[in-house]
Each structure stands twice: as C-alpha cells, then as structure tokens.
Design a protein around this ligand. Structure first.
Ligand SMILES: Cc1cc2nc3c(=O)[nH]c(=O)nc-3n(C[C@H](O)[C@H](O)[C@H](O)COP(=O)(O)OP(=O)(O)OC[C@H]3O[C@@H](n4cnc5c(N)ncnc54)[C@H](O)[C@@H]3O)c2cc1C
Length: 539
C-alpha cells in the first residue's frame, strides 16, 4: 500500500483521462449500490450528453444486494448478482470507479476527494451536481469480545455473504443476532447448509416491525418447524471465541450460553451520513431531502437508504429506485417538476418453505372502528392472514402461508383499486384474480411498472421486454431478468405472463435485445385481456 498522496485535481477542465471532459455537465454519484446505479442508468436514459461518474468503495461493479440471502442459501453464486453484464456501463458512457471511497466534499467549491481503498491514492474531482447514494452500514450492537473476531460477520455486502458461505463450510453451530427479515433469511440459508441455528431477537416475536403478535406467533412456529431455535426477548451480550479447550459460544443477557462457531449479525442498519454531515448538510436520521430529492445545498441530492424524506428513511430497495427515477427526471430536465411523495413498500421474506408477505398498516385491531379487519389463523398449518381495509381499499396485510392469495392481494394494495365485496373470496385472493369486471386485477391490466418479482424488483415491463428479446420460457426470463431467482414464488406469475405473451404476440420473440432501453420505458401495447385466469400470484 503506497502512502497517501495529496489530492490531484481532476474533473471538468483538467486533462485526466478518467474524468469527464470540461465541456460536459458532470453529475457525480457517491455510492455504486442499488440506488446509485439505478439513478445513473435512469439519468443516462434521459440525457445522452451529461457526464456521469459513479464512485463506489466496494470492489465490485453494482450488484443486487437483495439477492445476498440467495447467495448464502447457495441457490446462486456471487456472479449472478450483478445488475448489468460486463461492459454495460462503459457502453453507456457511464464512468464507474470501484474500490474508491469519497472521503471529503467541498460543496461550495463543488469538489470531492476520492481515495482508493487499496493504496490511499487521492484525486480531487469537480462536479456540477452531486448525488449521495451512500446507503447504510450494518448495525453491530455492543457485544463484548466481538470486535476483531473474524467469525462474527455482519450481513450487508457481497464480501460479507462470501465470508459467511466460507465460514459455514466448517461451522456446526451458528447464532444469528436479529430476527428481522435479514436474520431469518440468513438463518434459513444456514439451516439449508446443515448448521444448527439459533436466532436471538430482542422482541417477543420475529419480524416484529412487519407482523402483529398473532402473526408473529405463527411465524415463530413455522421457523421452529424448519429446525431453528429462537431465543426471543433476549440479546447477545458476550462473544467467547473458540479455544483449544472449548468451542466458540455466545452469552445472552440472561446468562444462557449458546454454542457458536459462527455469529451472523443482522441487527438492523444505520444510514451512512458522515460524509454529508462533515460537508455541513442537514442530517437527521438520514440526509434530509425535499420532494425533489434536493438536500440542503442546491447542487446536492440524496436517494436510497441514506436519504430522509418526510421523516422516513427507507429500508427496502423500491423507495430508492422510485427516488432515482424522480431525480433523473428533475436533473435531466425530462420532467423538471417531478416530485417524490413516498412509496408503499411490501416486505417479502425470501426463504424456501416460508411464504410471508407484509404490507402497509398491520397494527390495527380487529375491532378498530376506523378500519375493517379480516383475520384468519391456522397456527398448526403455519397459516395466518390479516387484511386491513379502509374505505374499501386494502391498506395493509399480513399473508403467511397463503401462497396463491399473496400475489393478487399485493397487486390490489399496489394499485389501490376498490376491494371486491365478497370478503371471503377477497381473503383467499380469488375475487381479485377474476379477469372480469372492475374488481379484477390481472396481469394483462397491470401497468408495465408493476413489480412481478419482488425479490429482484423485476417489473412486468422488464419481463415483456425480455420476452420480446427472445426469453419466452421461465428459465430464459430468469436468465435475462433474474425474476424467479430469489424465493421463486413468482414462477407461476412469470409462466402465466409468458403464456399470455405467446398467445398475444405469436410472432415474438423476434427483436434483438435493446440494452439501453429501460424496462419501464416501452409503451405497453399488449391487449388488455388475459386468456386464462392466473393460478399463481406475483412475488
Ligand atoms: C441480505 C440483504 C437482503 C435484502 N433483501 C431485501 C429485499 O428482499 N427487499 C428489499 O426491498 N430490500 C432488501 N434489502 C435492502 C436493500 O438491499 C437496500 O434497501 C438497498 O440496497 C439500498 O440501496 P442503496 O443504494 O441506498 O444502498 P446500498 O445498496 O447499500 O449502496 C450504497 C453503496 O454506497 C457505497 N458507499 C457508501 N459511502 C461511500 C463513499 N463515501 N464513497 C464511495 N462509496 C460509498 C457503499 O459501499 C455501497 O456500495 C436487503 C439487504 C440485504 C443486505
């Protein structure tokens, strides 16, 4: 590693070949994660002239972080998480610098200091507009003895996932710290690799942010049925590493000692705001932005998990992608008045044998006067459904183990359409799949932007585009778009969509792939009917 050098000015007006030329407006994106990469793609689609540089400290090109649980489960490899094929960014005139961290910003001078993570060499880069997409760090709660222990692994990056997979190869007992979405997905992956797994969670039931106590109780039974132990209402206080005399262990706050060769930390995230704070920008829990995603300096913007919009900091990918689209509209001038007003998020657990979707308001009691609440509990079979309606619209739901109902009900929630009057049929997801009348929500009627595969955030438009480019079977669509490669529960919907496209567009597939056409950008010219009702819902 060479010693740090002073910042070398590059950027518009300087001859450094890695920087954009002086005549082009330069947008610098801090963070090559899911929001930053999506923003660069959206901006290039709207503006062929602007110079775009994306700087990311991770050693890889942008990848789909959502798929890391699937990597830990062994269903896919690291390579398959890449968001774009080799050469895509260069072919689209986007400069990507990996393994480089932005270590300082001067928002008055509009420069950024870039520091290589390998040798600390520095550049000073000028920008016209700056987009912060720095995401989050894994939160590691205070655990005595954990610092510096290589078998205590947070779960956030591809490197973390690869370390987990390597460590799981020789481990017998794993403790997962945190029983939220990530913790349960990690636990399921490690169970699949043959480890004994205990999930330690401070609340009374897992996924307490997405489930009410009744749903949480059913999920507890389901997770236990898969072979995991759950230590609820408990926290890990101490790490005891393995020695010649004793295997590794953790100690809980009630003194319980659990064997642990491997400790996975999935205890939440903290938005990365240090850079913004040091630059003097307004920071709350995240970098504070308005509806146009402007931060407190007129040339600085923030999107994704580092951004705080109307008091909310997202923890899922969809808000960051919606923000990326709006900011690209604003900065390119394609729609200078575009605003972001929020995203209704749907959380889905990506674990084989656990089919769980949660959306919107679920903390409403059955007898709440302002809402209509439908509930079904079948703990022995691991099934629980709760639907929350307000003014005949579905405003929240927990769907555990009710497979086919999850897809159509998610679409009903997404579209905000009126719920069918037959509440029992609604509960089963049947009334909303009937392709007739105003009460139907079918794949044919869905907009191109509707998400079919939630694990990979693959839209109907992206699948239609892949089909037209030659992917006319589920495996081919999976190869082209990654749809179905997460939890796999959208396979039926993708199959149904392919079948519908085959009958609606018998001459397709014909066209060559159009790599620079965004999935959502093509007009959906397909007929507005679906030959057969779908049997399986979207992811
Ligand atoms: C295992 C796992 C499973 C998940 N599953 C789901 C799911 O099923 N559904 C869902 O919606 N969401 C899921 N998420 C959350 C989702 O991945 C995040 O919401 C999403 O990645 C946020 O995107 P982002 O671009 O804001 O942040 P990130 O994707 O974290 O990207 C931020 C990037 O910025 C880089 N960076 C930060 N600071 C700097 C700097 N100063 N200089 C250079 N680079 C910097 C970071 O290294 C990182 O690469 C999951 C997350 C994990 C870890």
């Amino acid at each position: 590693m060479s010693p740090p050098t002073g910042p070398r000015p590059t950027g518009p007006g300087t001859p450094d070949p890695r920087s954009p030329d002086a005549t082009r407006r330069h947008v610098l994106v801090v963070g090559n994660g899911m929001a930053g990469a999506r923003f660069a793609e959206e901006l290039r689609r709207r503006d062929a002239d602007v110079a775009i540089t994306v700087v990311g400290e991770e050693p890889h090109e942008a990848y789909n972080r959502v798929l890391l649980s699937t990597v830990v489960a062994g269903t896919i490899g690291a390579r398959e998480t890449r968001l774009k094929p080799n050469g895509w960014w260069a072919a689209h005139d986007v400069t990507v610098r990996t393994g480089v961290r932005i270590t300082a910003l001067d928002v008055s001078a509009r420069t950024a200091t870039l520091t290589a993570t390998s040798d600390a060499e520095q550049d000073l880069v000028a920008w016209d507009q700056l987009v912060l997409a720095t995401g989050s760090d894994a939160f590691v709660p205070p655990i005595a003895g954990a610092a510096g222990d290589a078998s205590v692994i947070p779960f956030r990056t591809l490197v973390d996932a690869e370390r987990l997979v390597a460590a799981a190869g020789s481990a017998h007992h794993a403790v997962v710290v945190g029983g939220g979405l990530l913790g349960l997905e990690a636990a399921r992956g490690l169970l699949g690799r043959g480890l004994h797994v205990t999930v330690v969670h401070p609340a009374g039931h897992p996924m307490d942010r997405q489930l009410d106590p009744d749903g949480g109780a059913v999920l507890t039974r389901v997770v236990q049925g898969l072979g995991a132990r759950l230590a609820l209402g408990r926290q890990v206080r101490e790490r005891r590493p393995a020695s010649d005399d004793a295997p590794g262990a953790v100690v809980l706050d009630d003194g319980t000692v659990l064997p642990a060769d491997l400790v996975v930390v999935a205890a939440g995230v903290r938005p990365r705001v240090d850079l913004a704070r040091a630059a003097g920008l307004d920071v709350g829990r995240g970098v504070v932005v308005d509806d146009r995603l402007h931060a407190s300096h007129p040339h600085v913007h923030a999107i994704g998990e580092c951004a705080e919009h109307r008091g909310e900091v997202p923890g899922l990918v969809q808000p960051g992608w919606d923000q990326a689209r709006v900011l690209a509209d604003v900065l390119s001038g394609a729609d200078p008045d575009a605003t972001y007003t929020g995203t209704s998020v749907v959380t889905r657990l990506k674990a084989p044998d656990v089919d769980l979707t949660s959306m919107g308001r679920v903390d409403v009691g059955v007898h709440d006067v302002g809402h209509e609440v439908l509930a079904f509990t079948d703990p022995v079979r691991g099934r629980y459904a709760k639907l929350v309606l307000r003014a005949d619209r579905l405003v929240g739901a927990i769907l555990l183990g009710v497979g086919d109902a999850a897809g159509p009900l998610t679409q009903l929630y997404d579209t905000g359409a009126a719920a069918p009057r037959d509440r029992l049929a609604l509960m089963l997801g049947r009334a909303v799949t009937r392709a007739s009348g105003a009460e139907s929500v079918s794949l044919a009627e869905m907009p191109g932007a509707a998400v079919i595969c939630r694990c990979n955030t693959v839209t109907k438009g992206a699948i239609v585009e892949a089909f037209r480019a030659g992917a006319d079977t589920v495996p081919a669509v999976a190869e082209a778009t990654r749809a179905t490669t997460g939890c796999g529960s959208c396979a039926g919907a993708v199959d149904g969509l392919c079948a519908w496209l085959r009958s609606a567009e018998p001459s397709s597939p014909a066209a060559e792939p159009e790599p620079d056409t965004h999935p959502d950008s093509r007009p959906d010219t397909l007929p507005n009917t679906l030959p057969e009702p779908l049997e399986e819902g979207a992811a």
